[in-house]
Design a protein around this ligand. Structure first.
Ligand SMILES: Cc1nnc(-c2cnn(C)c2N)n1CCCn1ccnc1
Length: 117
């Protein structure tokens, strides 16, 4: 007897969680550094140091254009935002602190939403 495969989550239900989470990230009071792409022409050194810039607006565009095949690719981009921030900013800077708070918020919400599924 072939065991019936575990019901696969349809991609759109997986991505619905991503849309909810992105909306919460954008609404967070510490989201201000991450809402739009870093202006590479006006931030000396950023283009050289940060190989893969990422921000919440770009992630939203990718969600809308179905460029995430699964939750994993979404998580990778969100973590890229925070890793870039830690790389370019001192931990005790305004932006560095905002990045740490946003990352803690994301990690907490992601586990809460995943446990519900
Ligand atoms: C995100 C992010 N990481 N570093 C920066 C940044 C931009 N300029 N400088 C000197 C930085 N360290 N950003 C973008 C922060 C965008 N921002 C700044 C004020 N309002 C939004």
């Amino acid at each position: 007897l072939v065991s019936c495969a575990k019901r696969a989550k349809t991609p759109n239900s997986e991505l619905a969680v991503c849309r909810v989470l992105l909306a919460e990230l954008e609404a967070h009071q510490d989201a201000w550094p991450f809402l739009s792409p870093v202006k590479l022409k006006s931030v000396p050194g950023y283009r050289k140091v940060i190989k893969k810039p990422m921000d919440f607006f770009t992630i939203k565009e990718k969600l809308i254009n179905n460029m995430y095949l699964n939750q994993e690719n979404f998580i990778i981009d969100v973590n890229l935002v925070f890793d870039n921030c830690q790389k370019f900013n001192e931990d005790d800077s305004e932006i560095g602190q905002a990045g740490h708070r946003m990352k803690r918020f994301f990690d907490k919400r992601w586990t809460e939403l995943l446990r519900k599924q």
